[in-house]
Design a protein around this ligand. Sequence first.
Ligand SMILES: [Zn+2]
Ligand SMILES: [Zn+2]
Length: 404
Amino acid sequence: MNDVVMEVRGWVDAARALQADTVALRRAIHAEPELGLQTPKTLAKVRAALEGLPLEWKLGPSTSGAVAVLRGAKPGRTVLLRGDMDALPMPEDTGLPFRSRVEGAMHACGHDSHTAMLASAARALCAKRETLAGTVLFMFQPGEEGFHGARFMLDDGLLDNPAPEAAFALHIMPNAPAGSFGSRAGPMLASSDELTVEVCGRGGHASMPHHANDPVPVACEIVTAIQVFVTRRIDIFDPAVVTVARIEGGSTNNVIPESANLLGTIRSLSEESRNAVHAGIARIAENVARAHECEAEVSIERGFPVTVCDGRAVAVAERAIGSLFGEQTWQTMAAPLMGAEDFSYVLQRVPGAMVFLGVCPDGQQWKSACPCHSNKMVLNEAMLARGVAAHCAIAERFLAHGFD
Ligand SMILES: [Zn+2]
Ligand SMILES: [Zn+2]
């Protein structure tokens, strides 16, 4: 295998030579998805694909995550490349021949392809070990979908000794032209927190509300007051989104319930607006409830922080990818997306960038292609070779030039 890679010229050719293996690994992972912080079968597939290569493996203890360390022939800088391994708890309805064989689990976010691209990048870079000055860390991470897998791996010390000086990740995007790449300096993805409000009143007969204290209209008033708060008190240039996605209370038409509950999500693009929204929602919910002689209990579960890309790292990725595929394949994102990513934990520690890779399927419009997290999400496997080459070129460029 390594002989094949050694003979071809350049990262594009190396990725092309590995493409059949990249697709085979991606399909094997796709057919057997795993959830959460423990993805041992997926890691076993990765390790089988990388067997015999000059990699040191750093493992555990909190998750099935692993960091494979490639030390180049000469000393130098250290760069990290990351791929996530976990799937989503949902059914798959793609009809693909390699569709999930695990009921209620699907690789609908493309993490199967991220892992396969990273494994092939590791193979290609290992084949060039003699010419590399510095160290490449390949971070195979479980638990991205809400489980804080990256944070566990950081806390476990897997990213220490050697510590990376820059970190990069690719994420596929069906809703972007096939083969295009994009990112942006600064906030790229939002923080994501879960909001729960319990409004407590007093139950009673629905025909005599004055003998009870109805929490339902109070809960509704809190929902609208939150929207007023977000538009009036949060800087439009440091925005936040609050969506109350579920209102729940009561059991039948003629009973006033004792309580009503709200469930929603809070997204923001800075810690300042994030903290302002948390404080504001608590203040508003508690005081609106108090005005009606009810009580509101607000709890906010902090999810992933804002994903902030370092401008110098974005430039490294843009130059590396431009040298492979031409400048026109790079598109600087005009605005962040309000989705969230736990690569944000790595970027809090290490300057770096996440880069989207467009994988719109052939014959479809990228704007209307089924997005990530859809039960029908399909990706353009031919573009995975581009991701492999991009990983390699970014790593090589950073080792050679740093952020210059
Ligand atoms: Zn996802
Ligand atoms: Zn994802």
